[in-house]
Design a binder for this molecule. Structure first.
Ligand code: ADP
Ligand code: MG
Length: 240
């Protein structure tokens, strides 16, 4: 396996606090990798370091073999890294289809847009909502549309920070199915998540962060069976 994204000795200090400390992490090409850990473990900080929203205090980020540590997020996106932002970025007054068209215009000539927009609507299971203003979609559907807009750039790697936050159980499950469809088509996906049922549904490999450091890294089955992992989720007898 080759790594599509690598963190090497990544470190981020906020004043006296090391939010992320000496993190080595390799996301393999083609996998669904989940980043988990208790509140305050450093997940969001690590995510922002990988994306380029934060500059590291030390260490490097490699993407497809290239050192991108000094690249801004938009440069990383141009090279095939894509994200669904947590803050909604859909155009609420415009139809779902038009939102996708706008995202696709950044990549495709006019003649290719309609077919690709239809393909994305089907992939996102939003065909019936195509003509609806995006602001009228359910919370979960809006999140899928956002994923669709990130997909418009045809990323090699998709980064998702808590993609199921605020979703119903059914929406969460369908988000898992969407992520698995994307992965089956060859996309590498890194997901930061809290919801253990969701992680069980999608994860292949899991990295557990604790106090800013990599605490464990293994297959989802071994992580679930690891009593040390259960222990760091304080007051809980199981990782969920
Ligand atoms: P997680 O996403 O795993 O809950 P975070 O990465 O948000 O963890 O936070 C890790 C630690 O860094 C926490 O102790 C948090 O309070 C601290 N932290 C996060 N962001 C900042 C910031 N911008 N300034 C200062 N401290 C921060
Ligand atoms: Mg967080």
């Amino acid at each position: 396996m080759t790594a599509i994204l690598e963190a090497r000795g990544l470190h981020k200090r906020f004043g006296g606090l090391a939010a992320v400390a000496d993190v080595d992490l390799a996301i393999e090409d083609g996998e669904i990798h989940c980043l988990i850990g208790p509140n305050g473990a450093g997940k969001s900080t690590l995510f922002k370091l990988l994306l380029g929203t934060y500059d590291p205090s030390a260490g490097r980020v490699m993407f497809q073999g290239v050192d991108v540590t000094r690249q801004k997020p938009f440069e990383r996106v141009l090279h095939g890294m894509s994200i669904k932002m947590q803050v909604p970025s859909v155009f609420r007054d415009l139809p779902v289809s038009q939102n996708l068209v706008i995202a696709l215009q950044r990549r495709l000539p006019r003649t290719g847009i309609e077919a690709e927009m239809r393909r994305l609507l089907a992939l996102l299971e939003l065909e019936e909502q195509a003509g609806k203003p995006a602001g009228e979609l359910s919370h979960g559907q809006q999140q899928w549309l956002e994923i669709g807009m990130a997909l418009a750039l045809q990323p090699r790697l998709l980064l998702l920070d808590e993609p199921t936050a605020g979703m119903s159980t059914d929406e969460t499950f369908r988000t898992g199915e969407l992520i698995q469809r994307l992965n089956a088509s060859g996309m590498t996906i890194l997901v930061v998540e809290h919801d253990m049922a969701f992680i069980r549904q999608i994860a292949q490999r899991v990295t557990v962060l604790h106090l800013g450091r990599v605490f464990a890294q293994d297959s989802i089955d071994r992580i679930i069976a690891d009593p040390r992992v259960a222990e760091i989720y304080l007051g809980k007898t199981d990782v969920d």
